[in-house]
Design a protein around this ligand. Structure first.
Ligand code: IDP
Ligand code: MG
Length: 176
């Protein structure tokens, strides 16, 4: 449950499958902690094709789109998942983008996260270990795509309670 008013700015961060497969999670989170932003949500996600396509829908017409979708789904890596996080705080979008570095890891500042850890594959995919929202509108769209309201510790956007009738998996009760 959330009970506090949301902070001023928020951004979606994804540690992509290459970051997880290369055991870079700790390093990347340490770099992100330099921003002094706060983590307001975090979870591991098995990325469906539909989620990957929706996330990158603005790139649908690019020649690298198919590889990009497969990359985000972890098809090229041992860890077929991403770590999704919401960072909140003043200037969150700009601060994380700066730390992430340029999209092309070979053009990224050498000490940025993508400069340090990214690469271009022989297939031409930019494996740049991290996603970061690029502006306020994209941050809102992406955070709402990856997280439900109660998975975030702040009320970042207006939410409502609706009645749903749905099946869900629960833990099997074991006898003690
Ligand atoms: P961004 O991640 O820096 O915001 P976008 O243009 O939104 O960059 O592209 C999304 C992702 O698509 C990039 O992070 C990268 O993995 C991949 N990508 C972007 N441009 C290219 C390209 O020209 N060739 C191969 N992959 C690309
Ligand atoms: Mg982008």
């Amino acid at each position: 449950m959330t009970d506090e008013a949301g902070p001023k700015e928020q951004t979606l961060v994804l540690i992509k499958p290459d970051g997880l497969s290369k055991s870079l999670t700790g390093n990347i989170l340490t770099r992100l902690s330099e921003t002094k932003l706060e983590i307001a949500a975090a979870k591991c996600v098995h990325v469906s094709r539909a989620l990957a396509e929706e996330h990158y829908k603005s790139l649908r017409d690019k020649p690298f789109f198919e590889e990009l979708i497969e990359y985000l789904q972890g098809k090229f890596h041992s860890r077929k998942k991403v770590l999704a996080l919401v960072y909140v705080g003043p200037g969150a979008i700009r601060k994380v983008r700066e730390l992430a570095g340029a999209t092309n890891p070979e053009e990224a500042d050498a000490v940025s996260i993508r400069g340090q850890y990214g690469r271009i594959t022989t297939k031409g995919v930019y494996e740049n270990v991290i996603h970061a929202s690029s502006n306020v509108q994209e941050a809102e769209r992406e955070i709402k795509l990856w997280f439900e309201p109660d998975e975030i510790i702040y009320d970042l956007y207006p939410a409502e309670t609706v009645e749903v009738k749905a099946k869900k998996r629960v833990w099997v009760k074991t006898q003690k």
